[in-house]
Write a protein that binds this ligand. Structure first.
Ligand code: ZN
Ligand code: ZN
Length: 363
């Protein structure tokens, strides 16, 4: 059985448990996960005894390459996807069909409700996403590759960073290096934020220049074989002020406390607290406004979320970021982000870019 067949088999079990005959997968990333098809505009119908990928003629060749053996239904030119979908669903003889309520448009829902009045459509949330939270071997290999490319790109950037370079140019160079090392691109537009700009957790690179402040925050990741990586480091291009030293020390301590708490069975809330408590005790509790981390894989943000309101346990095979930060408006921000694999007896930190403050000094 291929990896994607195994995934569809697992989905079929969840679908059976939900007391429906099948599921219509409309989230394109979920379709990719279940079939290996990397294009979009295509849907997957999984019933008790069949898997059918619905697509259009643009993709016929790519489909044969990426998912050989999968049953295809290719709509003809001039046939609307919605009516084609209704026809294939009717022919599948499913009586109750789960739909993905987070991705189906209201227009599609209304159309299918009207056209397939004899079929019960059951809105569901997160059936495929729940499978995607636990990475299989091939996914972990791809993520390791994406981490490796991101890290190689960073070491080149680090070595070539010069005062006077605008943030935008550094962001461009990161993307260029990622592609040079074989990545298909960035996993998200890199954040390059000099000094006070780093107080914005999602700063967009602008015209600020390296050297305008003592340090720069870089948050970047690579994509390779559809999978992603996500890291953040501070680089010190000026002097280490006592304030930077203090705040960096708190964030690093918080991150290390959280990493030590990561193991299967650990409650996500508690891992978030492990970091949050260190930051709060140092008096910066209000300056850490986001959650501690997130899962990633085919998407840069996917389940699980490491946050105060998440009481689920971590499981072996989850791949997550741990990224505490302290943000002080007018001064700047410090965030340190690493990628972790939850293993059977703890965790493996996949990212290895040095992060002691002395390691972050350029010069
Ligand atoms: Zn990041
Ligand atoms: Zn992140």
């Amino acid at each position: 059985m291929t990896t994607t067949e195994k995934r569809r088999q697992k989905l079929r079990r969840l679908v059976n448990k939900a007391n429906v005959d099948g599921i219509l997968v409309t989230n394109f990333t979920n379709v990719t996960y279940l079939t290996g098809f990397s294009g979009d505009d295509s849907f997957l119908l999984v019933t008790r005894d069949k898997d059918i990928l619905l697509s259009d003629p643009r993709y016929t060749e790519q489909l044969q390459e990426e998912c050989p053996g999968l049953e295809l239904a290719i709509r003809g030119p001039g046939v609307k996807m919605a009516s084609f979908l209704a026809k294939v669903i009717r022919e599948s003889k499913a009586k109750q069909l789960a739909i993905e309520s987070l991705s189906m448009s209201v227009a599609m829902w209304n159309f299918l409700k009207e056209t397939l009045s004899a079929i019960e459509l059951a809105p569901t949330e997160g059936l495929v996403e729940q499978l995607r939270e636990i990475k299989d071997k091939s996914e972990i290999v791809a993520i390791r590759g994406a981490v490796d490319i991101a890290q190689r790109a960073f070491s080149v950037i680090r070595a070539s960073l010069r005062d006077g370079q605008p943030e935008k140019q550094v962001a461009h160079a990161i993307e260029q290096q990622i592609r040079w090392f074989g990545g298909s691109g960035c996993s998200f537009p890199p954040i390059v934020a000099v000094g006070p700009r780093a107080a914005l957790p999602h700063a967009v690179p602008g015209d600020q220049e390296i050297g305008d402040s003592d340090f720069v925050l870089i948050d970047w990741g690579a994509q390779q074989n559809l999978y992603m990586s996500d890291l953040t480091r501070i680089l010190v291009t000026g002097r280490i002020s006592p304030k930077l030293e203090r705040i960096y020390g708190v964030v690093l301590k918080a991150q290390q406390a959280a990493i030590e708490a990561v193991r299967p069975g650990a409650v996500m809330h508690d891992v978030d607290s492990a970091a949050r408590n260190v930051i709060a005790e140092a008096g910066y509790g209000k300056r850490f406004g986001h959650s501690l981390g997130h899962g990633f894989g085919l998407e840069i943000h996917e389940g699980p979320r490491l946050a105060q309101n998440e009481y689920r346990p971590l499981k072996a095979g989850m791949v997550i970021t741990i990224e505490p930060g302290i943000y002080l408006p007018g001064w700047g921000g410090v965030r340190i982000e690493d990628d972790l694999l939850v293993t059977r007896d703890g965790c493996e930190v996949l990212t290895t870019v040095p992060k002691e403050l002395v390691d972050c000094v350029i010069g």
